[in-house]
Structures are given as structure tokens and as C-alpha cells.
Design a protein around this ligand. Structure first.
Ligand SMILES: Cc1ncc(COP(=O)(O)O)c(C=O)c1O
Length: 398
């Protein structure tokens, strides 16, 4: 039987493949230190779970409106608008099954086949997958290392733009590299979007996952709200990755189209989960603060330990729950030429499982450094210390 041609262009989130390799190694009786997946080992807070159960008991188990229940849209509009200092109406908010569908639905709405879309590389792999799957032209823009982490190579980004470029995906508080724009960089990106009349997808999945300072949204800059779709998710902030709850905040015309796409694809987002979302936003924020405190401690430990491994170095990121160390010298020290081989050998020698730069979009021409991504959201402090200690011992033993 034949499979449709477009499937040839469909990528995936290859971190799940690393999870599979780790699970197989574990099934053979080995111990695993999981740094590979951005999932969270902290359960959803009890008051959110209670609200979900109460909604089920109360019969909130049927279909509900495609763009989301009005009560949640109103609470999200207040919260998202308030946090970002911009006016958001409930009608601008379309509830989705997590943040991820916003990527696809944004591209379906604004991009014709053959049109170019700029996106971060290394970056969340679904951007590239969906641009190609929907027949667009992928325009990956790169980052340069700085003493604090990474900065967008703005000249490179500008050089990619053609008259057929229609949109720019921007992931401030970035997965996998934990980069964060300065105000000047964010303003420069906004200026480019306006000069070239680009739609912007602002992926704000980690907007609240920060340890110092305050997050800012490109959508709140002058002239940006009317061209920007915000991807918002409950997954990270409220430890609700499996509940699948998020939303798009979009100019009204785009919001209405995304709502119609919802009706075509899912009918609606799970009804009772939306009531849990209201409890998450309106209830105590204490669990969020506790989780951030926990992650801050893990981040500090991971950065300290990584910087103690021969050949590895990383700056301490202020946000997300990833670190993206340069491991070029470590890979060389181990006598390897391929960072993927390094990851595989590390798994088998120490049980430490992680993704490499290769999992976050194709390498760009001229890229000669090797990086790995360590996610510390799914592994406790003791295991972080033990796992990275084993990794150091293994590297030192060579
Ligand atoms: C940058 C980025 N955007 C979007 C998502 C999607 O999140 P969700 O679980 O809400 O679909 C993720 C998840 O890891 C992410 O890292």
C-alpha cells in the first residue's frame, strides 16, 4: 500500500528516540540517569488535580466549544495580558491541547507552500518538521556563543530573508540552548519582522520558567501584537505535561482560523482539563515557586558539575530547565569524532542519557563545535550528582 508523499517531509522530536534507547538500556538491568527529556518529575499540584476530578464528577466530560470554554479563555486573557503588559481579550485566546499544536496551526494559517519561515537552529525540532511537512522553505537562523550563553546571529538571520519569507519563529527562553534575548536583541528581531512584514510565532513555553529577572514578550513591543501569535502552555509552569493544555494568543482573524482548525482536528480540548487550568491559574502559586526553587538548585548543581568535567564548559542560564554545554574538547579527548557516538558510549559506560546538538535541527555550514543538552527537570539532585560524577570519572579515566 502507498503512503502519502508528504510524510517523507515529516520530522519528529528525536528526544523521544533517545528516551527509547535509554529505556532499552534500562530494560537490560542497567541504571539510567535521565537527562534527555524535558518532562518533569514533580506531580501536578493537588489543587489542580482536585479541580480536574471535581470537573469530571460534575459531568464536564462532553464536548465543549472549539476555542475553549469561555471561563478559561477569560482567565488566560487576564493572566497572559497582565504578565506581558499588553491588552488581551478572551476572544484572542484559543485553547489548544498543549502548546505544540500552536506551531502547526500557526504555520497552517500564515504559510503557503513555497514560502520561507525563519526559525532558531539549534531549536525545538518541531518547527523544522512542520515547516517542511506543510511545504514551506525552512530558513534556520543560528546563534553565536557569548560569555553569558548565546545570542542570535542577527546578520545571518537578515541574510536569509527573501520576498517569499512569510514568518519568523522566535523562542526567547530557548530550548535547547537556554538563550535569552537582551532587550536590544528582542527589539532588533521585532524591527526585522516589521521591516519585512513577517508574521511572528513567539514560542513562550518557558516564559515562567526563570530563576532571576523578569521575562518579556516580543508581542508587547510597539507594533508587534497585530503580527504575533503567542504559544502558551500549562505543561512546564504547572507540571502538566501529560494533561495537554495550552493556548494561542493571536490577532482576532488568526484566532478565529485556529479555532476552526481545532474544530477540524480535535473538536475541542479535553473539557475537564480546562477546568483544572482555571484552578492552576487562579489557585495558589506556591507549588510553582517550590518547583522553581527546586530547579534552581538543580541548575546550579548541573552547571558546577559540568564545568568540572574535562573539556566541558557551560554558562549558567537564567531560565528554562536545560543546559547546553560545549563538549568539543571532551569528544576529542575520548578519541571520538562524532558527538552521537560520545552520547552512546556515555550511556553504556555510565547510564547518563542526554540529547546532542543533532537532535535540534540540522547542523549549519561552518559549525565546528559539539554540544549536548542536559535537561534537569526529570532528575533529582542526588541522581544529578551521582550521574554527572560517573560521567566525570569516565571522562577522566581516558
Ligand atoms: C520550545 C518548546 N515549545 C513548545 C513545546 C511544547 O510544549 P507542550 O508540552 O505544551 O506541547 C516545548 C516542549 O518541550 C518546547 O520545548
Amino acid at each position: 500500500m502507498k503512503i502519502a508523499h508528504r510524510i517523507d517531509d515529516l520530522g519528529t522530536e528525536t528526544a523521544f528516540a533517545v528516551a527509547q534507547a535509554a529505556a532499552e538500556w534500562k530494560a537490560k538491568g542497567n541504571r539510567i540517569f535521565p537527562f534527555h527529556l524535558g518532562d518533569i518529575d514533580i506531580p501536578t499540584a493537588p489543587h489542580i488535580v482536585d479541580a480536574m476530578n471535581a470537573a469530571i464528577a460534575d459531568g464536564k466530560t462532553g464536548y465543549c466549544p472549539g476555542p475553549g470554554i469561555p471561563e478559561l479563555r477569560a482567565v488566560l486573557a487576564d493572566d497572559i495580558g497582565g504578565q506581558r503588559g499588553m491588552p488581551v481579550d478572551a476572544e484572542d485566546v484559543v485553547v489548544t491541547t498543549g502548546g505544540k499544536p500552536v506551531i502547526t496551526k500557526f504555520l497552517q494559517t500564515v504559510m503557503n507552500p513555497g514560502e520561507g519561515v525563519l526559525y532558531p537552529n539549534p531549536g525545538f525540532p518541531i518547527y523544522e518538521s512542520q515547516i517542511e511537512y506543510l511545504g514551506g522553505v525552512p530558513l534556520p537562523y543560528r546563534y553565536v556563543p557569548t560569555p553569558d550563553g548565546f545570542a542570535i546571529d542577527l546578520d545571518h538571520l537578515r541574510s536569509l530573508i527573501t520576498p517569499q519569507t512569510t514568518a519568523l519563529i522566535y523562542n526567547d527562553l530557548q530550548n535547547p540552548i537556554s538563550a535569552e534575548s537582551t532587550d536590544a536583541e528582542r527589539e532588533a528581531v521585532a524591527k526585522i519582522a516589521q521591516e519585512h512584514d513577517l508574521w511572528v510565532l513567539s514560542d513562550e513555553a518557558y516564559f515562567e520558567m526563570r530563576y532571576e529577572g523578569e521575562s518579556r514578550s516580543i508581542a508587547a513591543l510597539p507594533g508587534m501584537q497585530e503580527r504575533t501569535v503567542i504559544l502558551y502552555t500549562f505543561s512546564k509552569k504547572f507540571a502538566m505535561t501529560g494533561s495537554r493544555l495550552g493556548c494561542a494568543v493571536a490577532p482576532r482573524e488568526v484566532a478565529n482560523i485556529i479555532s476552526t482548525l481545532n474544530t477540524n482536528d480535535e473538536s475541542c480540548t479535553t473539557h475537564f482539563v480546562q477546568w483544572a487550568g482555571i484552578a492552576a491559574l487562579q489557585g495558589t502559586q506556591e507549588p510553582v515557586h517550590r518547583m522553581l526553587d527546586e530547579f534552581r538548585g538543580r541548575r546550579d548543581a548541573v552547571c558546577d558539575l559540568v564545568n568540572g568535567i574535562p573539556g566541558m564548559s557551560v554558562a549558567v542560564p537564567q531560565s528554562t530547565f536545560y543546559v547546553f554545554p560545549d563538549v568539543t574538547e571532551t569528544v576529542q579527548r575520548m578519541g571520538l569524532t562524532d558527538v552521537g557516538e560520545f552520547a552512546q558510549q556515555a550511556l553504556h559506560a555510565t547510564g547518563v542519557s542526554f540529547c546532542t546538538r543533532e537532535h535540534f535541527g540540522r547542523r549549519q555550514p561552518g559549525e565546528d563545535r559539539d554540544y549536548i543538552r542536559l535537561a534537569y527537570s526529570g532528575i533529582g539532585l542526588d541522581d544529578i550528582t551521582e550521574g554527572l560524577g560517573l560521567l566525570r570519572d569516565w571522562v577522566e579515566s581516558v
